[in-house]
Design a protein around this ligand. Structure first.
Ligand code: DAH
Length: 342
């Protein structure tokens, strides 16, 4: 067969194969087969020199034209395939932004934790340090060092869980006063949130509950400082309008001792039928007082040089009041329907 005819044949064979191919990988194979180093067309070009002189020009020309046409057709086909492949990929990856989103379940804070965070934030803002202590506490820290020696009637009032000889589940966070003072020199400004335990269970008592203890010891601290600090705290937690009042009380480790009431922020004291304050206009909030000199002596502080105040509050109770929750037991049942409301 004449070389030119063979070239034409190769060309139409190649063009048909290219037109039928449907992937860039198949096109690459065709390029190698028809234009590659050992392709028949390439061999023809290499052998042109050995052709009779009158044929060389014509064969060379048509071989080059054939190569170019095959090359161009492959490129066109490749562009078409690339476009189709791109469209296919876009279709597969398409996101319908008008579909409703997937809602992730959202966690939230327990009402007691909200109060704890609020109170702790307030005191940290005043420069207090935060400390936590053990829930299994020695009899000494929980009672004796706080002026409640063995046999003291106050011990039975606290419905203590005993763990072992001399070990109890702490009935209050007040032992943190002792631990803190034994671990540092004055001045002391510390708040201690934590779990506490008493054998008690009714709508307003649970065997585990929370307390936040506060302690300040410095030169020249007075009941006035205590009152001002707690009034500011009450406003921070319950709102700018609340007022406080102190009532005389008794605790073994403070003298004088007080209880602090907050004006009812639900009715403002104006509603005799108010469910929250029961018409009293005031809500009991916490116990407090000036640190008893005997306690300061117990930890080696000089009561002639230093005075201090302490307070202890129940964030669970405060949450009940703030959020209007009637039963404390709800706090510890872990019912998500209850917890999701906050
Ligand atoms: N620990 C007391 C209680 O559980 C509360 C308390 C009263 C704490 C007076 C104090 C305080 O720091 O000064 O009832």
């Amino acid at each position: 067969m004449a070389v030119s005819a063979r070239i034409e044949e190769l060309k139409s064979e190649a063009l048909a194969a290219v037109a039928a191919s449907d992937s860039t990988a198949a096109l690459e194979d065709l390029r190698v087969r028809y234009l590659g180093r050992s392709a028949e067309l390439t061999e023809i070009k290499k052998s042109i020199g050995s052709l009779p002189a009158e044929e060389r020009k014509e064969v060379g020309r048509s071989a080059n034209l054939a190569s170019r046409e095959i090359e161009e057709t492959i490129e066109e086909q490749r562009a078409g395939i690339a476009l189709a492949e791109r469209e296919e990929r876009l279709r597969a990856e398409a996101v319908d932004v008008t579909l409703p989103g997937v809602a992730f379940p959202k966690g939230n804070l327990h009402p007691s934790q909200r109060i704890i965070d609020d109170v702790v934030d307030f005191f940290v803002g005043l420069g207090y340090r935060v400390a936590e202590g053990p829930e299994v506490e020695t009899d000494y820290y929980n009672f004796t060092a706080l002026g409640i020696p063995p046999g003291h009637p106050a011990r039975t009032m606290q419905d203590t869980f005993f763990v072992d000889e001399g070990l109890v589940l702490r009935t209050q966070t007040s032992p943190m006063q002792i631990r803190t003072m034994l671990s540092q020199e004055p001045p002391v400004y510390v708040v201690c949130p934590g779990r506490t335990y008493r054998r008690d269970s009714d709508p307003t008592h649970t065997p585990m509950f929370h307390q936040i203890e506060g302690l300040a010891v410095d030169r020249g601290l007075t009941l006035g400082h205590l009152k001002g600090t707690l009034a500011a705290m009450a406003r921070h937690v319950f709102g700018e309008d609340v007022k406080i009042r102190l009532r005389p009380s008794y605790f073994q480790f403070t003298e004088p001792s007080v209880e602090l009431d907050v004006s009812c922020f639900i009715c403002g004291g104006d509603d005799p039928g108010c469910k929250v304050c029961k018409g009293a206009g005031w809500l009991e909030m916490l116990g407090a007082g000036m640190v008893d000199p005997g306690v300061l002596e117990e930890v080696g502080y000089d009561p002639e040089e230093y005075t201090g105040y302490a307070f202890g509050m129940g964030p669970d109770r405060m949450a009940m009041v703030k959020y209007g929750i009637p039963d404390l037991r709800l706090f510890f049942e872990g019912d998500l329907r209850f917890l999701r409301q906050f």
